[in-house]
Each structure stands twice: as structure tokens, then as C-alpha cells.
Ligand binder design. Sequence first.
Ligand SMILES: Nc1ncnc2c1ncn2[C@@H]1O[C@H](COP(=O)(O)OP(=O)(O)OP(=O)(O)O)[C@@H](O)[C@H]1O
Ligand code: SF4
Ligand SMILES: [Mg+2]
Length: 331
Amino acid sequence: MAKVLLRVENLKKYFPAKGGLFYTEKGILAKASVIHAVDDVSFNLFENENLGIVGESGCGKSTLAATILLLYKPTFGKIYFYDKEITQLSSEELRRLRPKLQMVFQDPYSSLNPRMRVKDIVAEPLSLIEKNKYNVTQKVREIIVKVGLREEHLERYPHELSAGQRQRVAIARSIITNPKLVILDEPTSALDVSTQAQILNLLKDLQKEYGMNYISISHNISVVSYMSDRIAVMYLGKIVEIGKTEDLIIRPKHPYTKILMGSIPLPDPKRRDYMMEVIGETPSPVNIPTGCRFHPRCPYAKEICKVSEPNLREIEDRLVACHLVEEIEKS
Ligand SMILES: Nc1ncnc2c1ncn2[C@@H]1O[C@H](COP(=O)(O)OP(=O)(O)OP(=O)(O)O)[C@@H](O)[C@H]1O
Ligand code: SF4
Ligand SMILES: [Mg+2]
């Protein structure tokens, strides 16, 4: 059986809400205290597996990614990397772990230092662990070609590159340390359609060569399904369904996933960017609805949904957090 590479247990990340007031479901004015950006997330990522995370804007995808990589301190919960808990590491242990866990951000322009040349941007993470400058330079030269650029690009600054080239630089920087896990947070959403497809194919080719695992995050289901073996659907800080990509796309079980999937034709990253259209407005992560947090928007909601929060439970080939799945399946 495949080893578990990453185990996330009951992870929460709350932010203090600044001075806001809001109306509760009963119309009472209350003081906002906490943003529940990630609210009790658990999952395993197996070796040689790619996971996708999908959900609307503001559901907590980027916060989850940053918390997994310990760029944010978790409010609660544990993260294990190959059975070793990494949530309580010392700064020295964390420094040694960092090269194994990398991230590619949505907007390469803001994630690359504009005052550094490409060669220094790409070399930086490796320089922290490899003190031999010659080895670093050689590796930078090798990797820049692997991501589809040329050695002449090494002397340029980010503003002298196209958006696609900048994303290639960001990818080179993220893989130069031979990571085991790379989190791709909306890696193509700032790119035009043909560049998107090139970057996704590049990521797949690099994976074949270097063998890292990806967690791909997007609000675009086609991107996530193209890149992932399994998909987790997030809603207001929680995973509401997680299962194999094909099963989840063809036979979604959670009402929210059904709505997401119903709004798109067959996934194909080479075609247009399918945006998700969901009924009603997304509630705020400050003012979380009682019971099932999806109930104000759910077409199947019943009384129980307003008072009792459903946990993820095993239903056939996947995990689903909904009280009424069986009933909905029969209807
Ligand atoms: N550093 C922060 N301080 C306070 N609130 C934050 C912070 N980062 C994120 N949030 C809030 O947490 C919630 C989740 O945000 P997050 O960026 O994780 O969502 P997302 O799913 O990545 O959205 P998008 O698809 O737009 O990137 C949002 O309400 C956001 O405003
Ligand atoms: S628990 Fe109820 S409100 Fe929540 S998704 Fe299921 S049917 Fe809808
Ligand atoms: Mg985000």
C-alpha cells in the first residue's frame, strides 16, 4: 500500500476579524470576532498521488495551502510529513524541511522579487542548503532549460519576461531543491488560455522527471481535474466531499459539488476557462451558518440541516459531509 506523504488532521486557521459588525441569520447585529478561513480540515495525501482542491473564492484554499506549508501557524490541528509531525518544529528543523515542501503562487509577478535577476531568483532556495556556488549555478542552468527557457533568460529581471515565462521561472524556483510536495495555488489563472495549457503540460512533464507530488488549487474545475487523481471540494473552510477525480466529476454526491459540476461541460483545460456558477451569494467566513454551513444555499435542505453539522463520512467510493446523501441519491 502507498505510503502517506502528508497527513492533515483537524487543521484550523482562524484570523482575527478587524472591527466588523454583521447581521446574524436572525437579523441581530453582532460583533465579528473571527474569520474561520480553514475550519477543521483532515485528509491524507499518498506518495505518487496528486490531489486537487476546488471551491469558490474565499473558501480557504490559499490559507489551507499556506498553513500546510507552515507559512501560517495553525490555530489548531496537526500536520505530518511522512509520519513526522511538523506542526511543532524548531526554526532549524523547519529550515531543513522547507526545501521538501514548495509552492507556486497564482501571480508570478508579485511572487518574484522585481529587483532580482532570474538566475538569483531560481538559485535562492537552493543556496540555503547547497553552499557550493558552482553546484548551484550548474543546477540553475539545468533547471532553466527543463522549464522551457534559455540560459539567456537568466540575466533578465521579471519585468523583462512574459507572464508565461515568469510562471516558468516560479516553477523552476519551486523544483530546484527536489521537493517531495509542490502546492500549485491557481498556477495558471493569470495566464491566457494557450499559455495555461503549456504550463499545465510542463508541470506534468516535470513531475514525470522529478517525481514530486502536487496539490493543485483552483476555482477552475478543469484545471484541477486535469492535474489530480483525487479532488477535495471546499466550502467555507471545510472539505465537503473528497473522492477520485472521475467519480467526483461524473457522479458528484454532495449538493454543493453537484451544483459546481452541473455548471460545466466535460473538463478540458485546452478549451475555455470554466467558471463556477453557484446559486446565491457565498456566506461570510465570519458569520458561519448554523448546522450544515451550506444549508442557506442548498436546494435539498431540511430542518436537521439547520441545527446539526454533518461530518465527512464514507459513502461508497468517497467521503461526503451531508446528512441526506442517501435520500438525495434515491430521489
Ligand atoms: N492574512 C489574512 N488575514 C485575515 N483574513 C484572511 C487572511 N488571508 C485570508 N483571509 C480570509 O480568509 C478567507 C479565506 O481566504 P483564502 O484566500 O484562503 O480563500 P481562497 O479560497 O484562496 O480564495 P481565492 O479563490 O479568491 O484565492 C477569506 O475570507 C479571506 O478574506
Ligand atoms: S446536510 Fe442538508 S443542507 Fe447540507 S448539503 Fe446535505 S442536504 Fe444540503
Ligand atoms: Mg486563493
